[in-house]
Design a protein around this ligand. Structure first.
Ligand code: CA
Ligand code: CA
Ligand code: CA
Ligand code: CA
Length: 445
């Protein structure tokens, strides 16, 4: 029979061995992560020069900032005039330092006059060297049905095309008159039962790109499809990429994708490079006579990627949202550049054309794939894979989404979740073993 004091000592040592290293890890993790993000608070755009811009990278963050990262990966400027930034593009026809973005402001209920808070969607241009902002288009709507616009592109002659998620439509507007000159509504081609059970957010239509030849490519996230719309004839079903699958389906073509980029025949396409977000990979499909064929995949240590741009040098710029970073990989799938940013949505390398417009297809470049299973057999990789098997995607994503806004990594958060309850348990035990008791301040007479 072991003496009671010895039992206590064994328990104390065991608890200390579990709690102390994980608390030290949490402390270091918070320190490291905040150190890597604190460099973002340098200066606002408007103070950077044209020469600093060439080769720099724009990063739009859903947590409310638009950053400029240098060639070395350091954040050299950051603006945060809105609550969230989504798609950003450099728009050379409007000025060499001018960018256009879709951003969102959250308006409190008492200011908005609706029964819920409201969302103000803005499409603005911003001059990175002078700081001049110009509002092109806006719309304020109640925050009831997925109200945020995630993509708007400038298409020339003062016109923009908008992925209007709130109304499940795409529209083209004249920014001078404010008049909508063309629109396509998802109800024209899709059954209301499609896209799974999302009554407040039917299609989550999150991206649009105007293609040569009167065609428009649209990402229907909840339908897991990239569709091609002929402006006068509607959806060309023979070109649809992906299928509307049951939530339990595995091995999908796409699963809740973001930001498909079209690579033209001149650049080795037709091909589509797309962030296959829920399957944590970037994937490329080539158009052949029999339809779409997957030709490339990169999925090494990515967490909910939402953008990939093929660059003119054959590299790929990837926005790795849950890992709070933007990376550039070369043709051998090695990371050659990285910048850190909170919850990034879209990244653009200045001087390489919008999205993948300056890049060539994987087929023409002869790229080989790299997948999680082929590369990540580290302990963390295996824990993540196990987590995906145990917990439903939406739970993992909800936790990761919250985590990616705060200066602590996913593993740091897991360490805190283990060590803090154990520390509380230890304190309770020490109290029980001590000479102190709790005496209620009020006694019955
Ligand atoms: Ca963009
Ligand atoms: Ca777009
Ligand atoms: Ca892209
Ligand atoms: Ca991009």
């Amino acid at each position: 029979m072991i003496d009671k004091e010895v039992q206590k000592t064994i328990l104390r040592i065991s608890l200390a061995l579990m709690v102390v290293p994980s608390l030290v890890y949490v402390g270091l993790d918070i320190g490291l992560v905040s150190a890597s993000s604190s460099s973002q608070d340098s200066n606002y755009p408007g103070t950077i020069s044209e020469s600093e811009l060439e080769g720099a990278t724009l990063i739009a963050s859903q947590s409310g900032s638009l950053s400029v990262a240098s060639k070395g990966g350091t954040i050299i400027a950051r603006m945060s005039a809105h609550d969230a930034y989504f798609d950003v593009d450099r728009v050379k026809p409007l000025g060499s330092a001018t960018v256009l973005y879709a951003a969102v402001d959250i308006i409190p209920r008492d200011e908005c006059g609706w029964r819920s808070k409201c969302v103000r969607n803005v499409v603005e241009t911003y001059n990175l060297t002078t700081g001049e902002t110009k509002l092109l288009y806006e719309q304020t709507i109640p925050d009831e049905t997925a109200p945020q616009w995630h993509d708007a592109d400038y298409i020339g002659d003062g016109k923009i095309v908008v992925a209007d998620m709130s109304r499940d439509r795409v529209f083209i507007a004249n920014t001078t008159t404010g008049i909508i000159t063309w629109q396509w509504q998802a109800g024209q081609a899709f059954d209301p039962s499609s896209g799974g059970d999302n009554p407040q957010d039917w299609t989550h239509l999150n991206d649009v790109e105007v293609l040569p030849g009167d065609r428009i490519m649209v990402s229907m996230r909840n339908q897991d499809q990239v569709i091609f719309i002929n402006k006068s004839e509607g959806v060309d079903d023979s070109w649809t990429l992906g299928e509307d699958r049951d939530p339990s389906a595995t091995n999908r073509t796409l699963y809740a994708q973001h930001n498909p980029d079209y690579i033209t025949p001149e650049n080795g396409g037709p091909a589509v490079l797309v962030a296959d977000s829920e399957q944590d990979r970037i994937v490329e499909f080539q158009r052949t006579e029999s339809g779409w064929t997957q030709t490339w995949e990169y999925g090494v240590n990515l967490g909910w990627p939402r953008d990939a741009d093929r660059l003119p040098n054959g590299h790929t710029l990837i926005t790795d949202s849950h890992n709070k970073r933007v990376i550039e990989i070369n043709e051998r799938n090695e990371i050659v550049w990285q910048a850190n940013a909170p919850l990034p949505y879209d990244a653009e390398r200045i001087g390489t054309g919008q999205e993948s417009s300056g890049g060539e297809s994987a087929v023409r470049l002869g790229l080989s794939s790299a997948t999680e299973s082929s590369a990540d057999d580290s302990l963390l990789g295996r824990i993540k894979a196990l987590g995906r098997q145990i917990f439903p995607d939406n739970i993992v994503n909800a936790i990761s989404f919250v985590n990616s806004k705060y200066p602590i990594s996913f593993t740091g958060m897991a360490a805190a979740a283990v060590s803090i309850p154990l520390l509380c348990l230890w304190m309770l035990l020490e109290f029980r073993w001590s000479d102190y008791t709790i005496v209620p301040p009020i006694k019955q007479k």
